[in-house]
Design a protein around this ligand. Structure first.
Ligand SMILES: [Fe+2]
Length: 205
């Protein structure tokens, strides 16, 4: 069994970028439904880490889609905090060496998310020892890629922003990047990846 991970902030804490209504629906309906279907598919006795379920499921299958979406959303909630923060220290240096600077990374990340066709996710990952910006389609997730540690993700499914930004996905990404990114969480993920430690784990029920 897998739980619906609780939000680490109040439903209205990410306003005005993400409205209370959007967050209530996104977490309480969308994420909750993925978890509900996942639990129906695996049964009450399932005890494997969710990461193992995702990695062993047939890509595109109902199990993969619901397990992947459950995991991606659990990770996504951790990537945000009210008011955001700024990268510093090792993280800032690695972003500078990988992308040329925070502004260049910001542009690369937002462009990846804004131009990603249809539903999916925009990621910052550490892969093969370097940082990369990638996107995945639908329920696809960075944790199935070899030697890939996700550091940051933004949900670019329409349900993430349509009530607040209509069709302006880039507007959502601009505001999200500047006002909501939890850089402390990103720095923790980078430090763990550099140390060869396991990445963020979805909680067990
Ligand atoms: Fe979503």
């Amino acid at each position: 069994m897998y739980p619906l991970t609780p939000l680490p902030y109040a439903h209205d804490a990410l306003e005005p970028v993400i409205s209370k209504t959007t967050l209530e629906t996104h977490h309480g309906k969308h994420h909750a439904k993925y978890v509900e279907v996942l639990n129906q598919l695996v049964g009450d006795e399932e005890s494997r880490p969710l990461e193992d379920v995702v990695r062993s499921a047939e890509p595109g299958s109902k199990l993969f889609n619901n397990a992947g979406q459950a995991w991606n959303h659990g990770f996504f909630w951790q990537c945000m905090k009210p008011g955001g923060s700024k990268p510093s220290g090792e993280l800032k240096d690695v972003i500078a060496s990988s992308f040329g600077g925070l502004d260049q990374f910001r542009e690369a990340f937002i462009t990846e998310g804004a131009t990603h066709f249809a539903s999916g996710w925009a990621w910052l990952v550490r892969e093969g020892g370097g940082l990369k910006v990638i996107s995945t389609h639908d329920a696809d997730t960075a944790i199935t890629r070899p030697q890939c540690a996700p550091l940051l993700v933004c949900d670019v499914w329409e349900h993430a922003y349509y009530l607040d930004f209509k069709n302006d996905r880039k507007g959502f990404l601009d505001a999200w990047f500047d006002q909501l990114v939890n850089w402390d969480f990103v720095a923790e993920r980078l430090a763990a990846a550099e140390a060869g430690e396991p990445g963020w784990r979805y909680p067990q029920a």
